[in-house]
Structure formats: structure tokens, C-alpha cells
Design a protein around this ligand. Structure first.
Ligand code: AMP
Ligand code: DBH
Length: 548
């Protein structure tokens, strides 16, 4: 019996489904298998039973235990009154509960909104209000930050949030641990329906939510597990935040679950902690962003840990320099795999049997034969093969629209449904892509994306600021950092004041500008837009090491 018949017939409001002819094609090709996350986990539990699936700091769980605990938690959350399609903002560090919570919500048909641990009041409050979330799920503390204090602020701002559930000491809220109850019948969910929301780095004033369905996400997970040759002996270290699309699905924790392997959850990505886990758990594969890759390479020079189990080091999230890339094999004795992905869908991998030059110099090629790639000029005309252009893509696991964002979707997608990635790439005849730059108004700070307009709006809220523009400046370590140009009203703005002001607005720390430059007026292009190219050039020149 279907308790919630509507989920079978009507798509979630604010979600753009694939057109029926594409959906048919993806089903016929076997990409979309009509399986929900709940069923998928059950099948894994039946197949891999008592094998350990999750290793956290405090406990380890078998496949069967994860399956049972997810069901018991789903029942407990259902008893609180949370129903299919209710949105739940989940902000958890790399702990076992992250997976129990996600699978409990999947089973229930409630929709996790996967926030990152670095998000603060500004982002969380927005996610809660925009999605009308009914609950917010957190850990008590992580990295010296008390999420319960944040939850108090969120409760004051987001009226719909009726429940705050806490992994650990609950303080004034509900202990997650108290909700693992008796198993109970749960509503059925539909595989074509939205399963959860990922977040986009974005390039506009407010963050965008990415609706992913059971069918489309599970396809990307299965196909990624295959490309990465995962099996029951794979041990994956989640060193980056578990909720990030890379860590979750490329092939990430879910890819490893698919294959029957084991996921080790590191609370921090530092070499100290990560290397200890690699040695202790005989980790075979892990994923890092380029700056972290550089830090690990440095640390490996005088490291005491046995890292010989490592077979694959994946690097993605921002462009990896060829110099660093070349050092991976020699230092770790393992294969480098470049991963160029996006939470909106498309993921590219270098393959293990690619020639070394391709592995070092390209960002890989798409997962699926049905990933459609176009590289176009400013007028959407295809460029010659090998030329740089805007990357557009469409396919079996790439969204057709952001959640509840009609006006933005008009710009972010072509009429025929291609997603405008905002990346400038060139494609080799082999299909491999090289990321050459970016057309979107974003800063990629070592893999952490910052939407310029979002930060500019916060800066403009300062009473002494007349105008502001945020641009990227080159950085040897992170690739890019952010610099905000500020036009003061009538008195100078002290950069320390501005930073304090931005912190008080509850922005995630990585979004706080790295540098503030006062300027009399923002330069404009011939059509009257802020000339960010000129600002980028100016700041790059100013900070360039002298004599070069
Ligand atoms: P998001 O849409 O927020 O998930 O961020 C995805 C974006 O990160 C892509 O569109 C690229 O701009 C960037 N990105 C991800 N992986 C890579 C990579 N390997 N090389 C260069 N840029 C990357
Ligand atoms: O940066 C990303 O968003 C990203 C990088 C690598 C991603 O979403 C992915 C792989 O799936």
C-alpha cells in the first residue's frame, strides 16, 4: 500500500523533472533502475551483512546494523511528525550518524538538505527559511564550534523549524539517540522523486539548492564505483566533509557502500589524522582538494606512517596544477585520479589506464556515454574541437533546474535543457576535458566556492559602504583567495571593522574576504558593468612578488 500516493504521480513542487522522452531513454538504457535509496541500502545489507561499512572515531557499524539503525531512526523521526517531502537541514561532521540520518530520512521520504559543517547562521537560516524546513539536525560540537548555540539562533529566525535533533549532548534540544525506536511501517517513496538537496557553490545573491532523485544519483554512484574499480576490499577515507558531493558520490562513501567496501570517517583532513587512519585501517582510496594534496605531499616527506595500502588518490574541486599532479605517484606510490565534478550532476574522471600525461594534465572525461557535452562560444555556437569555450552539459544525472528558482533557471539552463556550468574548458578528441577558467562570478578558494554577489550584498549592508565588488586574487597555496574592493560613502572603512561586521552577519568563515581594498570608484566596462577583469588584474599585479 502506498501511504503517500502523491509521490508517485506529482513531482515535488519547485522541481524540474526530465522531459518524458529523456526519462524513458535513461530507464531503457538501464541508468535509472527504479530503486530508492532505502531499497538499495536493504539490498546491500542482505548481500554484505556483517561486513563493516562505517568506521568512525567512536564506533564501527556493519551493513546490517546501518540498515537496521536507519529504519529505527526513520520510525523515531516519523513519530515526531516528520512526513514524506518535509525538508530537514542536516549539518553533521564526519560521524557515523551522518549516514544513519541520511538513510533514515531517505527511508521516510523526508528530504535532507545537505549543509556543510562550515556553514553558519547566514547560510543555515537561509536554507531553513527557503525550504521551509521542519527540522535541523546537528552535532553538539565540532572543531571548537557549538552547533547548539547556532541552533538557538536558527530557531529564532526560522519559524518552520519545529525540531532540533542533536548527535551527542543535546542541551535544550532532542537527543538523536533517543529516537532509535521500534521498527514501524513507513510510507513508500518513489525512485523518480527527489531524494535530497545538494548545495551549489553558486554565482548569484543567494545559494541555490540542487534536487537529486534516487534514480539519477544512484546511477552516478554505481557508474562511479565501476569506473573506480571499487570492490568489497576497498577502504575509502572520507577526509573532506562527508556531505560534499565529491566525498559522497564520486565515488565517495556511497560508491564504496555500493561495492561492499568500508568507509573510514576522518574528523579532520590534516595529514596527522588522515595518515593515522590510512595506516590503521589500510585505506585504499581517498579524495582531496588541490591545496590539501600539496599539504599531504609535503607531510609525506618526513612521515612515520605506513601509507603503502593507498592505491588511488583522487583530487578535485578546483584545478590541480600539473607540477603537484606529477609528484603524486612518486610520493605516495599510488595512482592519481583527477575528478572534475559538480553537485548539479556531471562528473569527469581520469581513468586508471589513461596515459600518465592525460592523468596529470586533464580533468578527466564524463561518467556516462549519455553525458552530452557541448563547448560553445558566447553565442552558444559550438567551437572547434580543442578550442576553449563554455561547457554546457545534459545527461542522466545532471539536473534540469535548481529548486524553486524559475528566473535563475532561465539563465542557468539552455532552452533544450543543457546546464550552463560556467566553466571554460577545452575538450580533446579523446573526450578528456581541461578546465581553462571560469565565466561565472565565483571565487574557487581551494575547492570552496564563493558566490561574489552573495558576499557583495553582505558588504553593501555596511552603512559606510557605497559600492563593493568581490574578485579572485591568485594564491600559491589555495589557487585563489578573495579580495573585496570597497567604495566608501563619506568616511574610510577600516578593513578590520568590515571583517568584524561580516563575521557578525554569520557568514561561513571561508567566505570572509581575505583582503579588503578601498577604491574611489569601481571601474566599469563600456556597457556599464563593473569591470571585474580590471580589478582582478590590478590586485594580481599589486600582490605579485617583485622582480618577476
Ligand atoms: P558546484 O557547482 O558548487 O558543485 O561546484 C562545481 C565546480 O567546481 C565546477 O563547475 C568547477 O568550476 C569546479 N571544479 C570541480 N572540480 C574541478 C576540477 N577538478 N578542476 C577544476 N575545477 C573544478
Ligand atoms: O567541486 C565539486 O563540486 C566536485 C568536485 C569533484 C563535485 O561535486 C564532485 C567531484 O562530484
Amino acid at each position: 500500500m502506498r501511504v503517500d500516493a502523491s509521490s508517485e504521480t506529482l513531482p515535488l513542487e519547485g522541481f524540474t523533472p526530465w522531459p518524458p522522452n529523456f526519462a524513458d531513454r535513461y530507464r531503457r538504457a538501464g541508468y535509472w533502475r527504479g530503486e530508492t535509496f532505502g531499497e538499495w541500502l536493504r539490498a546491500r545489507a542482505e548481500r554484505f551483512g556483517d561486513a563493516i561499512v562505517l568506521v568512525g572515531e567512536k564506533r564501527r557499524l556493519s551493513y546490517r546494523e546501518l540498515d537496521t539503525r536507519a529504519s529505527r531512526l526513520a520510525a523515531g523521526i516519523f513519530r515526531l511528525g516528520i512526513r514524506p517531502r518535509d525538508r530537514v537541514v542536516v549539518q553533521l561532521p564526519n560521524v557515523v550518524e551522518f549516514f544513519e540520518v541520511c538513510f533514515a530520512l531517505f527511508r521516510l521520504g523526508a528530504l535532507p538538505v545537505l549543509a556543510l559543517p562550515a556553514h553558519r547562521r547566514s547560510e543555515i537560516s537561509y536554507f531553513c527559511q527557503f525550504t521551509e524546513a521542519v527540522a535541523y539536525i546537528i552535532a553538539d560540537k565540532d572543531g571548537g564550534f557549538d552547533y547548539r548555540a547556532l541552533a538557538e539562533e536558527i530557531r529564532a529566525e526560522a519559524e518552520t523549524v519545529n525540531h532540533v535533533l542533536v548527535a551527542g549532548e543535546p542541551g535544550p534540544f532532542t537527543a538523536l539517540e533517543s529516537l532509535y525506536g521500534e521498527l514501524a511501517p513507513l510510507p513508500e517513496t518513489a525512485p523518480g522523486d527527489v531524494a535530497f538537496f545538494q548545495l551549489s557553490g553558486g554565482s548569484t545573491g543567494v545559494p541555490k539548492l540542487i534536487p537529486r532523485t534516487h534514480d539519477d544519483y544512484l546511477y552516478s554512484v554505481r557508474a562511479s564505483a565501476e569506473i573506480c574499480a571499487l570492490d568489497a576490499d576497498s577502504v575509502y577515507l572520507a577526509a573532506l566533509p562527508a556531505a560534499h558531493n565529491f566525498t559522497l558520490s564520486s565515488p565517495g562513501s556511497l560508491g564504496v557502500l555500493h561495492a561492499g567496501g568500508r568507509v573510514v570517517l576522518s574528523r579532520r583532513p590534516s595529514p596527522d589524522e588522515a595518515f593515522r587512519w590510512i595506516e590503521e585501517e589500510r585505506v585504499t582510496v581517498t579524495a582531496v582538494v588541490p591545496p590539501l594534496c600539496a599539504v599531504w605531499l609535503e607531510a609525506a616527506r618526513n612521515n612515520r606512517h605506513d601509507l603503502s595500502s593507498l592505491r588511488v588518490l583522487q583530487v578535485g574541486g578546483s584545478k590541480l596544477g600539473a607540477e603537484v599532479a606529477r609528484r603524486v605517484r612518486g610520493t605516495f606510490g599510488c595512482t592519481l585520479q583527477q575528478v572534475f565534478g559538480m553537485a548539479e550532476g556531471l562528473v569527469n574522471y581520469t581513468r586508471f589506464d589513461d596515459p600518465e600525461d592525460v592523468i596529470v594534465e586533464t580533468q578527466g572525461r564524463p561518467i556516462s556515454p549519455d553525458d552530452e557535452i557541448r563547448v560553445v562560444d558566447d553565442d552558444d555556437r559550438d567551437v572547434e574541437i580543442g578550442q576553449v569555450g563554455h561547457l554546457l552539459t545534459r545527461g542522466p544525472y545532471t539536473i534540469r533546474g535548481y529548486y524553486k528558482a524559475d528566473a535563475h533557471n532561465e539563465r542557468a539552463f539552455t532552452r533544450d535543457g543543457f546546464y550552463r556550468t560556467g566553466d571554460l574548458v577545452r575538450q580533446a578528441a579523446s573526450g578528456h576535458l581541461v578546465v581553462e577558467g571560469r565565466a561565472k562570478d565565483q571565487i574557487n578558494r581551494g575547492g570552496e566556492k564563493i558566490a561574489a554577489e552573495e558576499i557583495e550584498n553582505h558588504v553593501l549592508a555596511h552603512p559606510a559602504v557605497r559600492d563593493a565588488a568581490l574578485v579572485a586574487m591568485p594564491d600559491a597555496f589555495l589557487g585563489e583567495r578573495s579580495c573585496v574592493f570597497v567604495v566608501p560613502r563619506d568616511r574610510p572603512v577600516a578593513s578590520r571593522d568590515l571583517i568584524t561586521f561580516l563575521r557578525a552577519r554569520g557568514l561561513a568563515p571561508y567566505k570572509i574576504p581575505d583582503r579588503v581594498e578601498l577604491i574611489d570608484d569601481l571601474p566599469k566596462t563600456s556597457v556599464g558593468k563593473v569591470d571585474k577583469k580590471a580589478l582582478r588584474r590590478w590586485i594580481a599585479d599589486k600582490i605579485a612578488p617583485k622582480g618577476q
